[in-house]
Design a binder for this molecule. Structure first.
Ligand SMILES: Nc1nc2c(ncn2[C@@H]2O[C@H](COP(=O)(O)OP(=O)(O)OP(=O)(O)O)[C@@H](O)[C@H]2O)c(=O)[nH]1
Ligand SMILES: [Mg+2]
Length: 548
């Protein structure tokens, strides 16, 4: 085996009383991210998993009438207004002796940088598929990231309460489009008005579901056997015959569920259901508890780090400001990779080569937070420590190390922000903090600091920036096209600066590093041809100074 490759941590099979507390705590942790194309039902499924786990008593909705509760993971005002997820949310809860950490991610490609980072913080993945659409574009892209990181995937095929594609066709789509073996664990009978429930292929029981009003409460489960003479009658002759035929096909030619294959990322177990109307959620949640892997070893520049390594390590995968209007602070979300972390511990930030005391530590449930005294490998904790962290920072006790850099996407859109009132100080603070979150890159040209150019991955982020500047910083700003199409950092820090031609200009970022804003791809290529000695970078170089 390649020694630099992380290996799976096996669940200890020996008597739990002989394990150290660290081993025991690590082995009961499950950290997973929910991913898919927009609108497949990730947030709805998240909410229902929380309901079925007993972490909430009443499920909220993604798009609700005004008075109705909102889904816990869509906590941001703009998410609730728009009915879409914009930022990854962390939720931690206990279930059957397991400590579950769930990351509900946004599906829209404009927010995919945030989703990619959340994936890297997880040990496994739940992939949601809309039963009417099969594998969609964004799901395919995210799946590739999972494959690269060898993340085991459980699949939930959702929205069976609506007209759906045939389940055999959906399995085929998973296998052909994604190139992964798909092993059905249960099988739906009918869809839309004729949805009768799901049949568990392992213990051969039929779960019949009644549609519960709005799906706010757990639905009662009605079990029966397939051999029950009433089954055919309950299901209806046509559906029953088609269902038996499908069973024959999957018995003969289908992939059988195998935990080892799932853990190795070669097979995805498939479940069918409807998150909105509470069909098929128990077996899915049970599979997460039973099969999802515990925290895995992670590669670093000094070798593989085992989660049960005594030294505390972790990395910052997300920063979010102003989650709680009462606190107005900035939270750095850290995935703990090894050890037992305690409050007030001194840790080093390997980028800065400096240590800090972790005195304000929280665990999160959407927007809500709770102070914690201790956390173990696998946990996601929030540290409040303004200015000390940037996304991708490695934190550690003991000998220095660095986890691999997190992906950073080059900006695809560059807009000019225009401040429409006089609250300049708040404006500057807002721009700085939103940049720190990784929501955008910020560049200043000779027109000054009141009209920065912001670079984003997708244009929907402009709306998020303007809306958050208004609601969180009280400033009115508009973002309009800047006339620039690409931003490139210059590698060398000294010497005479080249002068770009045409409509391209020199600019600086917040750290006063030189950047060229190119007016077109053509001008960028032209510059490269005429300045072969100048190295241009798509990504900002890593700084070793604190955030100003
Ligand atoms: N009929 C039906 N609708 C569903 C089901 N699950 C989710 N929906 C609806 O589908 C829409 C999108 O659901 P979300 O849970 O927000 O989807 P998402 O995947 O989180 O979307 P993004 O986070 O924006 O990518 C909402 O209107 C849900 O009510 C389901 O099982 N059946
Ligand atoms: Mg969502």
């Amino acid at each position: 085996m390649n020694p630099s490759e992380p290996t799976a941590v096996e669940l200890p099979s020996q008597d739990p009383s002989t394990l150290s507390e660290l081993e025991r705590e690590v082995s009961r942790r499950r950290t997973f991210a929910i991913i898919s194309h927009p609108d497949a039902g990730k947030t709805t499924l998240t909410e229902k998993l929380l309901l079925y786990a007993g972490a909430i008593e009443l499920a909220g909705a993604v798009r609700g009438r005004k008075a109705r509760r909102h889904a816990t993971s869509d906590w941001m005002a703009l998410e609730q207004e728009r009915g879409i997820s914009i930022t990854a949310a962390a939720l931690e809860f206990e279930l059957e002796g397991r400590r579950m950490s769930l990351l509900d991610t946004p599906g829209h490609k404009d927010f995919s940088e945030d989703t990619y980072r959340a994936l890297i913080a997880a040990d496994s993945v739940v992939m949601v598929i809309d039963a009417a659409n099969g594998v969609e574009d964004q799901t395919r892209k995210l799946f590739e990231v999972c494959r690269r990181h060898r993340l085991p995937i459980l699949t939930f095929i959702n929205k069976l309460d609506r007209p759906s594609r045939d389940p055999l066709e959906l399995l085929d789509d998973l296998e052909k489009t994604l190139g992964i073996a798909a092993a059905p664990v249960n099988w739906p009978i009918g869809s839309a008005e004729r949805f009768r429930g799901v049949f568990d292929l392992r213990d051969r029981t039929l779960f019949r579901y009644e549609r519960e009003a709005q799906g706010q409460y757990r639905a009662p489960v009605d079990l029966s056997s397939l051999d029950d003479p009433n089954a055919r009658e309950l299901i209806g002759n046509d559906l029953y015959a088609h269902f038996r035929e499908s069973l024959d096909v999957i018995n003969e030619a289908g992939t059988a569920f195998d935990v080892g294959e799932y853990r190795a990322g070669r097979q995805t177990p498939v479940f069918f259901g409807s998150a909105l109307t509470n069909f098929g959620l128990e077996p899915f949640l049970q599979a997460l508890v039973d099969f999802a892997p515990p925290p895995q070893a992670r590669p670093s520049d000094t070798g593989v780090v085992s989660p049960t390594d005594e030294r505390v390590t972790g990395f910052v995968f997300k920063i979010q400001a102003n989650m709680d209007p009462r606190h107005r602070d900035r939270v750095a979300f850290v995935r703990i990779c090894s050890g037992c972390f305690t409050k007030d511990m001194t840790l080093s930030n390997s980028r800065l080569g400096k240590s800090f005391r972790a005195s304000r530590v929280y665990r999160f449930f959407g927007r809500d937070r709770e102070t914690i005294e201790v956390a173990y490998a696998g946990d996601i904790v929030g540290l409040v420590n303004p200015g000390h962290f940037t996304i991708g920072d490695t934190l550690h006790s003991g000998a220095a190390l660095r986890f691999p850099d997190l992906p950073r996407f080059p900006a695809e859109h560059l807009g000019r922000v225009r401040l429409k009132d006089t609250r300049y100080k708040q404006f500057d603070a807002g721009v700085k903090q939103l940049e720190e979150e990784g929501l955008m890159q910020v560049f200043y040209t000779s027109t000054g600091r009141r009209e920065p150019i912001v670079g984003v991955v997708g244009a929907l982020q402009y709306e998020v920036i303007a809306s958050r500047l208004k609601s969180e910083y009280g400033v009115t700003a508009e973002i309009e096209p800047s006339g620039y199409e690409a931003a490139r950092w210059l590698r060398q820090a000294t010497g005479p600066l080249p002068s770009p031609s045409g409509g391209s200009v020199m600019a600086v970022d917040r750290h006063e590093r030189n950047v060229i804003l190119f007016a077109s791809e053509w001008e960028l290529r032209y510059f490269e041809r005429h300045h072969p000695d100048v190295e241009l970078l798509e990504e900002s170089p890593v700084t070793t100074s604190p955030v100003p």
